[in-house]
Design a protein around this ligand. Structure first.
Ligand SMILES: [Zn+2]
Ligand SMILES: [Zn+2]
Length: 255
């Protein structure tokens, strides 16, 4: 009981600090994160760069792969032939320039201004859907990569998205039980099967509606096997939220 009230106080304090950090950012003059032009009356992106961000408006409801036509049901060929374990995938942008530059800045140079912009875009994508979920869970990263980069981008986003949206971030909801070999030299089928058995879900995920978070959906294989494991442990539903989707023709191996 006592530990719950301390935890609530810490959460409240973190929320206040985060709020003031965001407010102070709004007051500072900025530069465009993509073209580096000084900004007047805009935040993070100039009007020109913002208008060039590639949106993913028409896409497969299960994996967010972009589709050519908006014919219902919105399902890509791959999901039609072999359904994925996800109930829904939400990714409003495509992992193409200049959006990919923002992700790169955030993941590889720890540019937190890019991180906050991605956070705002994630919140826009989530919109008012947070009430549909019982908890937010991230796809755990590979230990070696986290050590190399010094942090895990999806966890950074999840902690802050939880504060903004009122979702409960369940850090131990899913853990990685094995690091997997690089996808780079693998064929298509082997890449899909590569993350199988890499995750273990917590037993108390049973009966919950889970929102899974990742930064970018590349092959979608990690999200599929993560959702598969969460459902094995009794999750009612698993939706995936990501900043962007890499279109099948532009798979980027470094993500
Ligand atoms: Zn710009
Ligand atoms: Zn699909």
């Amino acid at each position: 009981m006592r530990s719950t009230s301390i935890k609530n106080k810490v959460n409240k304090m973190q929320g206040k600090l985060f709020y003031w950090h965001r407010r102070s950012r709004l007051l500072l003059p900025g530069i465009c994160l993509i073209c580096l032009e000084p900004l007047i009356g805009e935040r993070d992106l100039c009007h020109c760069c913002k208008s060039q961000l590639p949106s993913n408006l028409i896409c497969c409801q299960f994996c967010a792969e972009p589709l050519i036509t908006q014919v219902e049901p919105l399902i890509c060929n791959a999901c039609y032939k072999a359904p994925v374990a996800l109930n829904q995938a939400l990714a409003s942008w495509l992992y193409l320039p200049p959006f990919s530059q923002l992700i790169w800045e955030f993941k590889y140079t720890q540019n937190l201004a890019a991180g906050y912009l991605l956070l705002d875009l994630l919140r826009d994508t989530l919109s008012n859907k947070s009430k549909n979920y019982d908890c937010l869970v991230v796809i755990p990263g590979q230990k070696a990569r986290i050590k190399q980069r010094g942090y895990h981008a999806p966890t950074w986003l999840a902690k802050r998205l939880a504060l903004l949206s009122g979702l409960t971030f369940y850090k131990r909801g899913l853990k990685r039980i094995k690091d997997i070999p690089s996808q780079q030299d693998l064929g298509r089928k082997a890449r899909w099967l590569n993350p199988r058995g890499a995750f273990k879900a917590s037993a108390d995920i049973a009966g919950k509606k889970v929102l899974l978070l990742d930064d970018v959906i590349t092959t979608g294989a990690s999200a599929h096997w993560a959702a598969d494991e969460l459902k094995r442990q009794g999750a009612i539903s698993v939706d995936l939220l990501a900043t962007a989707k890499t279109p099948a023709a532009f798979k980027h191996e470094s993500i």
